[in-house]
Design a protein around this ligand. Structure first.
Ligand SMILES: [Zn+2]
Length: 82
């Protein structure tokens, strides 16, 4: 599944930490179909594969997927402020 995602570097200092678990957030590009791109900020906490479950924001809800990096960052940061 993560083949459709590519991490975008350089946004770490503009993203709030995850409101659920406090992990760092990451900017990703999502390409569900070829040549169709969306941006989404995701929590870096994927769990440990055993006892610790992955964070709910490791795969955020649909509303966090945006057309641009700026919009994706704003959606993430505003949700935290709300
Ligand atoms: Zn998290």
């Amino acid at each position: 599944m993560h083949e459709m995602y590519r991490k975008i570097d350089g946004w770490d200092d503009r993203l709030e930490r995850c409101p659920f678990c406090g992990y760092a957030a990451e900017m990703w590009e999502y390409e569900p179909t070829p040549e169709y791109y969306q941006k989404v900020v995701m929590c870096a906490n994927g769990g440990d594969g055993q006892d610790e479950p992955e964070c709910p924001m490791y795969m955020p809800p649909e509303g966090f997927y945006r057309a641009t990096k700026v919009d994706a960052a704003e959606a993430w940061n505003k949700r935290i402020a709300a």
